[in-house]
Design a protein around this ligand. Structure first.
Ligand code: M6R
Length: 599
């Protein structure tokens, strides 16, 4: 949720921290702060709002070379986004940054307050630094004091702590929230919540394991347990830039064409589907599938439900991870448990995966971030290969998830012998057309731009669709509400008459997904019912529909999945253009964060 960075070295500490935070700003941007230690003194700066506010504040501060620092960009959990609640939090001698949630902070805070300690913030994090100061008095070694502090914490954390008592040391601990340690040949050491700030800076990185605690100085890296495994980090920063697009979201919508080929390469073969990540026996003993995910990834899961049942003829049950966690689910060993996550760090999905593993189920992750917590935990992983997704509103990650799941349904169909070879070949042929369907269409984009001005008011949007277009309707509605802040709902078209149609009037906007290859007449009837009640209708379809007020014409295709991918781009562009007209920050919409590592 929040992003943390740390640095030791002789580079420009201030810019190292700020540049690192910039790469992590997608994780939270309610406030930001840094603390820099030089010559035994610590200077700390904080600002509310985006990172640029902090930059403005420190523009006249010059850090000398040699030293170290920690930084944080916050997505508020405990306490409002204020300067006092921004990290780093301080005590007499020490400063801390934290990502996660300390569940037992109230009882620790009460205990510390009873001992006369004053708190400045409303955060859970502040207890860490005061607890550390208390433990210092009880232990000879600072590391022992840090360890004793961490042992008192329940919940999830990635913590970096610096103290004047050890002016050359950064203490670190990780449980449940991601943290990576990087280093290079120039003697620089970096910490970060994800790979992004380390690309181009660190030559090798260690993905710190859950339950690891340690410290780093310029000359020493110490961890308990002694489990840090450094691996080379390669990467090109340019890929993470906007490349001339107005927003990352726009760039990522257009990137879908390229990344889709990456997703398919080596997997969609001439007449076959192959996953080198899965061994031949993977489906042995599996008689049904359960999928858990959140948000957009959940919509990809819902889409796959239709495909798995129809193509692989295997029963599928799909659940929102946060619901699954607490329902005391019945899990049986013949279930393949699939989790889907762009970030691989979503707390609810990760927890669902842990439960499945504990129950002894075979687990599979469909994920975009290699070495993320989910990837490291699952028995097998299929990476979606979408590249870094920076826009908070997920686009290319969704597209590649759906593609991987479509390929998987075929792979399972093959291993279960549930479809004949001709059908497999046909399906593969259509898969080959997907990148083309995702190609940039300036015409469609222009149309979305023009139409957007008519859809800025009203009392709500209904995105409707049937079959796989129902999850796409859910996704269209989620995209719109995330970035436009307008109320939007996705609905199965056939359900409208069971209640929601009561809302229909000219101020209710219906976005109707009307594919020609799947249940066209059925959805047409549903849209007619809405039109009869004067709802304003925007139809997305390859076939003109005279009852629609507005129309976005898609290409005729022979396979529903091709229609699906083309309409997906339309709803993404439409949401973006409406949000742009409303003057919203498309890439960093209010109240959201890219990676939801709290429950
Ligand atoms: O990283 P994940 O795919 O696990 O994230 C799940 C959701 O938080 C995420 O899809 C969220 O709904 C996006 N903001 C949607 O655009």
């Amino acid at each position: 949720m929040c992003g943390i960075v740390g640095y030791i070295g002789s580079g420009d500490i201030k810019s190292r921290l700020i540049e690192g935070l910039r790469e992590l700003e997608y994780r939270g941007y309610d406030s930001a702060g840094i603390a820099i230690m030089q010559n035994g003194k610590i200077e700390s700066f904080k600002a509310v709002g985006k990172l640029c506010n902090l930059e403005e504040k420190i523009k006249n501060f010059t850090a000398r070379s040699h030293g170290m620092g920690i930084g944080h960009t916050r997505w508020a959990t405990h306490g409002k986004p204020t300067e006092l609640n921004a990290h780093p939090h301080m005590s007499e001698n020490s400063y801390v940054v934290h990502n996660g949630i300390i569940e037992n902070y109230r009882e620790i805070k009460r205990m510390l307050q009873e001992n006369g300690i004053n708190f400045l913030s409303q955060t859970d994090t502040e207890v860490i630094v005061h607890l550390f100061e208390t433990e210092i008095k009880r232990h000879k070694e600072l590391f022992d004091a840090f360890k004793a502090t961490i042992e008192r914490l329940d919940g999830a954390y990635a913590v970096l702590l610096i103290t004047k008592k050890a002016p050359d040391t950064i203490f670190f601990a990780r449980k449940g929230s991601p943290m990576i340690l990087g280093r290079n040949g120039k003697g620089e050491i970096f910490f970060a919540s994800s790979d992004a700030p380390l690309i181009g800076e660190a030559e090798e990185v260690a993905y710190i394991e859950d339950g690891t605690i340690g410290y780093v100085t310029k000359k020493t890296i110490f961890s308990q347990p002694d489990n840090l495994l450094f691996v080379p980090l390669s990467g090109d920063k340019l890929t993470a830039q906007k490349s001339g697009y107005r927003f990352f979201m726009e760039k990522e919508i257009y990137e879908q064409y390229d990344v889709m080929s990456d997703t398919m390469i080596g997997r969609v073969l001439d007449n076959d589907i192959a996953f080198e990540e899965l061994d031949e026996t993977f489906m042995e003993g599996v008689s049904n599938i359960k999928i858990c995910a959140c948000g957009t990834s959940y919509h990809a899961a819902l889409t796959s439900g239709y495909l798995f049942e129809r193509i692989a003829k295997i029963g599928v049950n799909i659940e929102i991870a946060s619901e699954f966690r607490y329902k005391k689910p019945l899990l049986s060993p013949d279930t393949l448990f699939i989790v889907i996550s762009q970030s691989g760090e979503t707390a609810d999905t990760l927890e669902a995966l842990k439960m499945a593993k504990k129950a002894g189920l075979k687990t599979l992750a469909v994920c975009n971030v290699d070495n993320s917590s989910i990837v490291r935990l699952a028995d097998a992983t299929i990476l979606t290969r979408a590249g870094i997704e920076k826009g908070v509103a997920s686009t290319k990650a969704f597209a590649t998830q759906v593609m991987v799941l479509w390929m998987l349904s075929l792979y399972f169909a093959k291993s279960r012998k549930s479809v004949d070879e001709v059908s497999i070949r046909d399906e593969i042929r259509y898969m080959g057309y997907v990148p083309k369907v995702l190609q940039k269409s300036l015409e469609v984009h222009e149309k979305c731009k023009r139409l957007s001005k008519r859809y800025l008011h009203g009392h709500g949007f209904f995105f409707i669709g049937r079959d796989i277009f129902y999850p796409l309707a859910l996704e269209g509605a989620l995209k719109l509400k995330e970035i436009s802040y307008l109320h939007a709902e996705g609905y199965p078209a056939g359900e409208m008459k069971h209640g929601p149609i009561a809302l229909a009037d000219a101020e209710l906007f219906t976005i109707a997904l009307m594919p020609k290859t799947l249940l066209y007449d059925k959805i047409k009837s549903n849209v007619e019912e809405l039109s009869a009640r004067d709802s304003t209708i925007l139809s997305i379809s390859p076939q003109m529909f005279d009852l629609a007020d507005d129309f976005i014409l898609t290409h005729p295709h022979k396979h529903p999945m091709l229609e699906f991918f083309e309409m997906m781009v339309v709803v993404q562009l439409l949401a973006m253009e409406i949000a742009v007209r409303l003057g919203n920050d498309v890439d960093m919409p209010r109240n959201l964060a890219k990676s939801v590592t709290v429950e």
